[in-house]
Design a protein around this ligand. Structure first.
Ligand code: C2E
Ligand code: MG
Ligand code: MG
Ligand code: MG
Length: 292
């Protein structure tokens, strides 16, 4: 009886594994076609200065407009692009597209706006990332400071030498560098100082419960104070509530990003957003003071 059940289980797993392998192959094939047919698009999520309420910049976030499926978010395909190496090609499309868009905003009523682009570790290993980026900026006559690269601690740890060379050249050129998902990567800040970093992005995992979990609050405050001592900018990602915003403002976090301010927007909706002077409205205490 037990043996019989065991055999059924085995058969079930085999069928499931075959289905997984087939689904994965199908996804890879669809992604190769997506590159060919230019099915990728960028959405842009605003970042806001907490003291002025002004837009500080935008983060470019990849979407796959897959025929028959709608807009597919990156967590459903980025890992496949990374594992297959297709991320090198898609990543260079993302950078070229972002540069083109920065140039268009620069010469529109919105004026100059900084855009950050997420870069995978693998993009540093193949090709000439620094030369490509510098050429992309020149092609659209963009001041290099309008481009920021977001790298995770994990991708920095993976390949130090080549990565730090490329980053140094880009930094020298004026491109900004930020560490994404900061606090989740098991690296020491001493280690990260080998890289020319401008900014830390506190991971959403610490922001979610920051107003009611003392451990998360302690981590967030430590990151803010460390950033301040090292003269790095600090931004909190994943801010969804006024309580989180007020907490971060009270503790002198520089910038926030999250659904509370705006979801990532398609390009057509960004210009209207950029024309607002203060996207947060007056601070709660100023409103209070005005009333009394
Ligand atoms: P990330 O760079 O840490 O981006 C932040 C993610 O959090 C985005 O998800 C964003 O839409 C989401 N988010 C923003 N505000 C909130 C909020 O208030 N609440 C919640 N729950 N989520 C929020 P998205 O767009 O699905 O991207 C996921 C990840 O995919 C990114 O994480 C990044 O690691 C990767 N990714 C996106 N675009 C690219 C790209 O062009 N190249 C590479 N290599 N990776 C990319
Ligand atoms: Mg990011
Ligand atoms: Mg992040
Ligand atoms: Mg994240």
């Amino acid at each position: 009886e037990a043996k019989h059940a065991g055999r059924d289980t085995y058969r079930f797993f085999t069928a499931q594994m075959n289905a997984d392998v087939l689904a994965r192959l199908k996804l890879e094939k669809a992604l190769r076609q997506a590159i060919e047919n230019e099915e990728f698009v960028l959405h842009y999520q605003p970042k806001v200065h907490l003291n002025s309420g002004r837009v500080a910049g935008l983060e470019a976030l990849l979407r796959w407009n897959r025929p028959g499926y709608g807009m597919v978010p990156p967590n459903e395909f980025i890992s496949v692009l990374e594992e297959t190496g297709m991320i090198v090609q898609v990543g260079s499309w993302v950078l070229a597209q972002a540069c083109k868009q920065i140039g268009m905003w620069l010469r529109s009523p919105s004026g100059p706006v900084q855009v950050s682009v997420n870069v995978s570790g693998r993009q540093f290993l193949e090709g000439d990332l620094d030369a490509d980026i510098i050429a992309g900026l020149a092609r659209h006559a963009i001041p290099p400071g309008l481009l920021e690269l977001e790298l995770t601690e994990t991708s920095l740890m993976a390949n130090t030498e080549r990565t730090s060379d490329i980053l140094s050249r880009l930094k020298q050129h004026g491109v900004q560098i930020s560490i994404d998902d900061f606090g989740t990567g098991y690296s020491s800040l001493a280690y990260l100082r080998r890289f020319p970093i401008d900014k830390l992005k506190i991971d959403i995992a610490f922001i979610r419960e920051v107003t009611n979990n003392p451990d998360d609050a302690a981590i967030v405050l430590a990151i803010i104070s460390m950033a301040s001592s090292l003269k790095l900018e600090v931004i909190a990602e994943g801010v969804e509530t006024a309580a989180q915003l007020n907490y971060l403002r009270r503790h002198r976090c520089d910038q926030i990003q999250g659904y509370y301010v705006s979801r990532p927007l398609p390009t057509e909706q960004v210009s209207a957003f950029l024309l607002q002077r203060n996207v947060l409205g007056p601070p709660a205490d100023a409103v209070q003071a005005g009333k009394t």
